[in-house]
Design a protein around this ligand. Structure first.
Ligand SMILES: CC(C)(COP(=O)(O)OP(=O)(O)OC[C@H]1O[C@@H](n2cnc3c(N)ncnc32)[C@H](O)[C@@H]1OP(=O)(O)O)[C@@H](O)C(=O)NCCC(=O)NCCS
Length: 155
């Protein structure tokens, strides 16, 4: 399987938000309750916010045969803001490719530590890649409490 990593563009919006919505509904749903999944995946509809992320952040996509199959972004110079892979293409190393690129960019930005807050679902993946849990947090999104983990790694 040949995967290319490139900078996201506004035209990727539809594919990015679909991956976000479907991955939460099908993958994260094993760790969060139906109401949490509805609120979280509903954030896919805030297209203005996604366009702003694509334009303002270091935002990359993984592409296979001209199709976007995953994405990741830095929401600050060394803050890993998000990482999502197509629900049907999990476990094929796509997130690892995205993560390596994001860490390289944080290093290029002059940082030797990268930070993030990650879902219960993604924590084992991040731990496998050397991230350490700083603390558990309860994040409030649209009146709904989400448990996740603040993590960091020396890069
Ligand atoms: C976490 C996530 C991004 C990993 O994507 P992926 O493309 O499947 O990851 P990779 O294939 O690169 O995984 C690499 C390794 O981590 C392991 N791994 C991935 N997810 C794992 C999990 N949830 N638990 C345990 N191991 C996991 C894989 O087995 C693989 O191990 P291997 O190299 O020994 O075979 C993906 O599961 C996802 O989209 N999750 C839902 C969205 C999410 O929670 N994102 C983060 C919140 S911001």
């Amino acid at each position: 399987m040949s995967i290319a990593i490139r900078i996201a563009k506004a035209g990727d919006l539809q594919e990015i938000t679909s991956i976000f919505r479907d991955t939460i509904r099908h993958v994260n749903s094993k760790d969060y309750n139906p109401l949490q999944i509805a609120v979280w995946s509903g954030a896919a509809d805030d297209t203005e916010r996604w366009l702003k992320r694509i334009n303002d952040y270091y935002f990359i996509v993984a592409e296979q045969n001209d199709r976007v199959v995953g994405f990741a972004y830095l929401s600050a110079a060394n803050y890993f803001g998000g990482l999502f892979v197509d629900k049907d293409l999990q476990g094929k190393g796509i997130a690892t490719r995205l993560l390596n690129d994001i860490e390289d960019k944080a290093k290029d930005n002059g940082h030797d530590i990268i930070e993030s807050d990650v879902s219960i679902t993604a924590l084992p993946f991040f731990e496998k890649h050397g991230y350490k849990v700083e603390r558990k947090q309860r994040k409030l999104v649209k009146g709904m409490v989400f448990e996740n983990f603040i993590v960091s790694k020396e890069i």
